[in-house]
Design a protein around this ligand. Structure first.
Ligand code: RIB
Length: 307
């Protein structure tokens, strides 16, 4: 049975420029390529999980503009349940302005959340049926933290869902949200910010993951960019998964490819370690093409490189 995954979070339109380097303040730089694609950490994670075969529903809010209309159409095209997609009549849809360094594939992102920040607790209550019928709830914090918290409250009141929090972009988290989180998936920057500990070496990253567990979270999956990922589950020994070395074209959305794949794999019955290993391989694949969602492999492509 395909796992039922509910994503509560953001949808953006990504406006992406490939540039020779990050521009300096006051500088005008000529870029080499422009691309628009569907993005938002939430939307990306939902699409990744759906592409692998999950039954996905999204709880998200769009503006009444062309980006919002196209985003809704994109969710339909990916076979995603949009019964809990809301619209704000006053705000623009979320937008991300992204520059990608054409030499390294590294990105810089400015987000204008727009309608994403107008999701309300009433919206979450209205979506409670969708949330409580899911096996896995996937959330980030590109929407107000209070709304993510409300979604986890509703999920836990339903009594069956595993909650996965990707604390991105980095921000302090309320204690109650941590208590309601079963699995946290920060990157090294977010883990360092949350714990005020360094994450530069594996030992440091392990100590930061243990500190996150100290807040009552059972499982920590710390993503380490091109280095791979670290799994710290309960009191088991930490497991380090090394990523395959590749020449990145565009790292945008790699973390989302990881989270969406991990949620799908865990919900499909893979062990946490197998889910991390496979999600890391899928995320690595995603950096070989430009954009976030356009770079995510399909189920058939994944079957070719993962057996
Ligand atoms: O994680 C990548 C995503 O971050 C982009 O798609 C952009 O929309 C921002 O939300």
């Amino acid at each position: 049975m395909a796992p039922r995954i509910c994503m509560v979070g953001s949808s953006n339109m990504d406006l992406i420029a490939r540039v020779p380097r990050v521009p300096a303040p006051g500088e005008t730089l000529i870029g080499s390529r422009f691309q628009t694609s569907f993005g938002g950490k939430g939307a990306n994670q939902a699409v990744m999980a759906a592409r692998l075969g999950a039954q996905v529903a999204v709880v998200t809010k769009l503006g009444r503009d062309v980006f919002g209309e196209n985003t809704l159409a994109n969710y339909h095209a990916q076979g995603i349940d949009t019964s809990a997609v809301f619209f704000d009549e006053q705000s623009s849809s979320g937008v991300a302005l992204i520059t990608v360094d054409e030499n390294t594939g590294q990105n810089s992102i400015v987000i204008v959340p727009g309608a994403n920040y107008t999701l309300t607790t009433a919206d979450i209550q209205a979506a409670s049926g969708v949330i409580q019928s899911a096996d896995v709830i996937m959330a980030q914090i590109e929407i107000p933290i209070a709304i993510t918290l409300e979604a986890f409250r509703v999920a836990k009141a339903g009594g069956k869902a595993t909650t996965i929090l990707n604390p991105a972009p980095a921000a302090p988290l309320p204690d109650e949200l941590l208590r309601l989180t079963d699995i946290i998936v920060p990157n090294e920057i977010e883990a360092a910010m949350l714990t005020a500990l360094p994450t530069g070496t594996l030992d440091e990253a392990t100590a930061a993951a243990r500190a996150l567990q100290g807040w009552g979270i059972q499982m920590v999956v710390l993503t380490l960019g091109s280095r791979g990922a670290l799994l710290v589950n309960g009191d088991e020994a930490p497991q380090y998964v090394r990523a395959q070395a590749v020449q990145a074209v565009d790292t945008t959305g790699a973390g989302d490819a990881f989270v969406g794949s991990f949620a799908y794999l865990l919900g499909s019955g893979f062990s946490p370690l197998a889910a991390v290993e496979r999600a890391a391989a899928i995320a690595t694949r995603s950096v070989l093409k430009p954009g976030a969602q356009p770079s995510f492999p399909t189920r058939d492509e994944v079957a070719e490189f993962l057996h």
